[in-house]
Design a protein around this ligand. Sequence first.
Ligand SMILES: Nc1ncnc2c1ncn2[C@@H]1O[C@H](COP(=O)(O)OP(=O)(O)OP(=O)(O)O)[C@@H](O)[C@H]1O
Ligand SMILES: [Mg+2]
Length: 228
Amino acid sequence: MSRSEYEELRAAFTAAVSHELRTPLARLLALLESAELPGADQPALLAQARDEVEEMTELVDDILFLSELEQGREVVSLGETEAAPLLRALVDEKLERAELAGIRLEIQIEDEELLVPLRRRMLRTVADNLLENAIRYAGEGATCVVALRREDGEVVLEVSDDGAGVPEEDAPRLFERFFRSDRARTTRGSGLGLAIVKHVVETAGGNVEARGSSGHGLDVRCAFPADG
Ligand SMILES: Nc1ncnc2c1ncn2[C@@H]1O[C@H](COP(=O)(O)OP(=O)(O)OP(=O)(O)O)[C@@H](O)[C@H]1O
Ligand SMILES: [Mg+2]
């Protein structure tokens, strides 16, 4: 990613985050006001309020991530993380939500000690975006596999599902900022997740590609240089 593309990503990301920060706050206020009305269904309103707080928490995480991006290249790529425990914990965290969406999560780890050249938080950002997408878009009945293995001197992190997929011609465009494939337009999302994934993976000297077709799932493969 060139300097100006990077600046553009950062600007787009800032705009999206500031815009989205106002919305959950307004909804939260409205929910709390409704809960004070006589005869209000308080448990239901509180559950919705909790969802809004969770959404805001995610936004705050995004802002923290943004400030890391602003610190530039070294910070993002600095360090190495043993990926297996992080991936297992992340999958565990998502099991319940995946089940609600009718998605089965599997993890295939070739080597518990494989290192990925990213700091923990960056690796988490990558894996989290890919898993969230599978849960959001694959559709009921799909299986999502998170795989970690060594391949021709690279460390490969691959998240694939056998769900709804995207039209074949869309697959390379998924990494563009704000690009969302058609059927996703009704769901929440800014179309920045995969642009961020690409930025982070490439900053670490790796590359990422997506393959798939409508009805045959999506396969996102991140390959990192292995040093040793
Ligand atoms: N596993 C998947 N199956 C089907 N379509 C997918 C999958 N992952 C991504 N997509 C498509 O790629 C688009 C871009 O994904 P991306 O993660 O960049 O943005 P988003 O999920 O729409 O929003 P954000 O991640 O910023 O909340 C999605 O809108 C969706 O159309
Ligand atoms: Mg996404």
